[in-house]
Design a protein around this ligand. Sequence first.
Ligand code: HEC
Length: 159
Amino acid sequence: MSSRRQTIVFALIATAVLPLTIAQGDPSPAYRPGLGDLMTMTVQPRHLKVGLALEHRNWAYAAFEVHELEEALEHVARLVPKWRDLDVAGLIKGSTTAPLEAMEEAVKAKDVARFNEAYGQLTAACNACHQSAKLEMIVIQVPKGGGPFANQDFRPGRP
Ligand code: HEC
């Protein structure tokens, strides 16, 4: 084949194949997790790990993980600012900021009692929001034991 012919054949193949590839679309469309996914994937495990860090008096790790939890909640507020009628962004800011800050201060002071109190307040904020969302069946607790999801109380009829 002459080089001119080769170019023509190549151009023909390219014009035929390229639009096909484009028409197939993005092979990996962005995964958009919903609020329940974000809670389960990012908020719940960090809430649990913060509790386990406290149980082991691992202050360095607690400082790191409280920050991660804070970021996870900020991320939720940004990605899902509203859920049904619920002002997710406003509720997160209004109810979790103070306990998270108190936890950060307690970590710096290595103050177990203060940390426990603030962690309890944060956990109460989780449940208060679930109750406002009429999701009172989702009950978060300070982890007991340490198995997977030890921070969720699965017994029925819990407040
Ligand atoms: C702004 C309100 C709000 C706050 C604060 C909040 N949540 Fe949620 N959470 C929700 C809503 C609403 C859902 C249900 C979302 C859905 O079904 O798509 C949910 C769902 C969940 C779920 C999924 C339940 C399951 O078993 O699948 C878990 C776990 C959870 N939240 C944990 C937490 C933890 C831990 C905290 C506190 C650190 C917290 N949430 C704070 C509103 C909130």
